[in-house]
Design a protein around this ligand. Structure first.
Ligand code: BES
Ligand code: MN
Ligand code: MN
Length: 455
């Protein structure tokens, strides 16, 4: 039997098993889901054993477990690849905006709808099915393969970072393979060579010792929501340039050659506008959308809380207000340095009569990978042969915290070959994954592993 025949014959079972995986609510940030996160790790480990992976373990951490596996039978001359992915998912709220319940996977219009479908369970599972097919058809793999699938990516990988540092030997490899990014467009595969970093902070403002009548006290006592609005307004100027002192100091400017190649991709502002239904794209002057999204830092308020938000009107001067603020970072910004700069600046502009507390919640450093490394050149070939079109090289705006460590600690290049699409609602209601990309993705993954084994 050929591998293609195997994929064809088992198409339905692969989709059914994907739905089983997606039905487990492995929400890493929600303490109530901890038993489900553990169950998901066990399900994954059992599944890897059932397809014949030779060594599978569940590694406990102070947080959620890591699923680690090895099938290293290709001999010392064959390359060693480390596959990385995450089995944890984002929270589901707002729940009422889902067409079907997020953990009751549903197939509609060639897409599977469920939390985690595209980010990242569907993309992890297509690699597992590629491995299953190779083991079933050939009886072996032509590369030495290690798998590292974590349960804490969506909360910043707090326990994976030390694990990587402490297990350099165990994780030693020639290249890392990750499918947790997007394709350039439907039918157009891409390799991402740049990911942004993240600095995530929470600003809490305390005003008076209790909520006050705004008639009796308003005008004499500082209002924490007004103070917060004042602070937020001072983080960017009218152009959208971030005004935190020193914020841009470490930013690596794009070279003319890279600008040219990014802009030659033909990113469409019109497609973006119609996708999210807005009448204009905005951003830093002097940069195109693809540059703003992948290669420039940003600042966004992610949430805000304070005062009276019920029905009707209540004249209250609230005691406190809170905002969550995050910045996407680019090389060579460092998240802890940026967090210090934000804390200093926000504290310095706090209006009198308020107490401001800024907490650094978590962060990730940005990363750029060298696209000339052989593992990436081969990946581009495998994608081109599978999809029948040229592979694009892009930068994306999201973050995968551990990728930088693969570079600095394991000294291995990371191949970011994603099979998601930007409009598949990752992190939002009705998340889904294209089944056509699921099936084509597993063929691309199998072809890639085979090509790496021949090299
Ligand atoms: N898969 C995403 C990362 C991503 C998103 C890459 C979009 C490329 C494009 C990942 O699961 C994610 O959501 N990461 C978080 C990281 C954070 C929690 C530290 C992110 O980017 O917000
Ligand atoms: Mn992800
Ligand atoms: Mn995510």
């Amino acid at each position: 039997m050929t591998i293609e025949q195997y994929f064809d014959q088992h198409r339905q079972r692969f989709e059914d098993q994907l739905c089983e995986f997606l039905a487990i609510p492995s929400v890493s940030t929600d303490a109530a889901c901890t038993p489900d996160v553990q169950r998901c790790a066990s399900w994954l480990a059992d599944h890897l054993r059932s397809i014949g992976v030779s060594h599978v373990e569940i590694i406990p951490t102070p947080g959620h477990p890591i699923v680690y596996a090895e099938h290293c039978t290709a001999g010392p001359d064959a390359p060693t690849l480390l596959f990385y992915g995450h089995y944890d998912v984002q929270p589901v709220d707002p729940l009422n905006l889902w067409t079907n319940p997020p953990f009751e996977p549903t197939i509609r219009d060639g897409k599977v709808f469920a939390r985690g479908a595209t980010d990242d369970k569907g993309q992890v599972f297509l690699h597992i099915k590629a491995i299953e097919a190779m083991l079933a058809v050939d009886g072996s793999l032509s590369v030495n393969l290690k798998l590292l699938i974590e349960g804490e990516e969506e909360i910043g990988s707090p326990n994976l970072a030390p694990f990587v540092e402490q297990n350099r030997e165990k994780l030693a490899c020639d290249a890392v393979v990750v499918s947790d990014t997007s394709m350039f467009a439907p039918g157009e595969p891409s390799i991402v060579y740049g990911l942004r970093g993240l600095a995530y902070l929470q600003i809490d403002i305390q005003g008076p010792n209790r909520d006050l009548h705004s008639g009796s006290y308003g005008g004499a006592v500082a209002n924490p929501i007004n103070a917060l609005a004042h602070i937020i307004a001072k983080l960017k100027d009218a152009n959208g340039t971030i005004t935190i002192p020193g914020f841009y100091d470490a930013v690596l400017e794009l070279t003319p050659t890279e600008r040219e190649s990014l802009n030659a991709l033909g990113y469409s502002d019109e497609r973006l506008k119609s996708d999210v239904d807005v009448d204009a794209v905005v951003g830093e002057p002097g940069f195109t959308t693809i540059e703003r999204l992948g290669a420039r830092p940003t600042l966004d308020v992610n949430g805000i809380l304070g005062g009276f938000t019920g029905e009707g009107a209540k004249t209250v001067l609230p005691a406190r207000a809170m905002a969550k603020v995050s910045m996407r970072l680019v090389p060579h910004q460092k998240h802890d340095d940026i967090a210090t700069k934000v804390i200093d600046y926000v504290t310095s502009i706090a209006p009198p009569g308020t107490t401001v507390n800024v907490q650094d919640l978590h962060g990730a450093d940005p990363v750029l990978v060298d696209i000339s490394s052989p593992a990436i050149v081969t990946a581009a070939k495998a994608l081109e042969e599978t999809f029948g079109v040229k592979c694009r090289f892009t930068r994306e705006g999201g973050s995968i915290p551990v990728v930088l460590l693969f570079d600095t600690v394991l000294k291995a290049p990371t191949v970011l070959m994603g099979f998601g699409l930007n409009n598949e609602n990752a992190h939002s209601p009705d998340e889904h994954f294209s089944l056509s990309n699921f099936h084509t993705g597993m063929r691309a993954a199998a072809r890639y592993y085979a090509m790496m084994g021949q090299a």
